[in-house]
Design a protein around this ligand. Structure first.
Ligand code: HEC
Length: 102
């Protein structure tokens, strides 16, 4: 019985898509308080961010760093505050997710 539960749990993990997991992560980390995927709020729409960095191979690392440290001046005068609750690995996941929005 125990074995079955473990197998089911693993199957469940593999079944959930990465995109869905990252949307949940963005929600959990409060990113969606300032961002939406397809409209500008306090911060730029994630779709617009993806379009801006399309074809830029360094974008994922750059954005992951900015997500943790915050920054200003790329989209306007409103700064993004640092997000110390986001680990480096989570920031990478979030950056990749943002860049995958269309
Ligand atoms: C308090 C509001 C706020 C929160 C919370 C916030 N952001 Fe931002 N974000 C902004 C603003 C404002 C900008 C535009 C900064 C600029 O112009 O350089 C921005 C920019 C960005 C960019 C584009 C950066 C660039 O240089 O082009 C990404 C990617 C991003 N945010 C992701 C996130 C993620 C992921 C989270 C959650 C961990 C998050 N943001 C939380 C306000 C916020």
């Amino acid at each position: 019985m125990k074995k079955l539960v473990v197998v089911a749990a693993i199957a469940g993990l593999m079944g959930s898509t990465a995109a869905f997991a990252s949307a949940d992560l963005a929600k959990a980390k409060n990113c969606l308080a300032c961002h939406a995927v397809d409209k500008k709020m306090v911060g730029p729409a994630y779709k617009d961010v993806a379009a801006k960095y399309k074809g830029d191979k360094t974008a994922e690392a750059k954005l992951a760093e900015k997500i943790v440290k915050g920054g200003v001046g790329v989209w306007g005068q409103m700064p993004m505050p640092p997000n110390p609750q986001v680990s480096a690995a989570e920031a990478k996941t979030l950056a990749a997710w943002v860049l995958a929005q269309k």
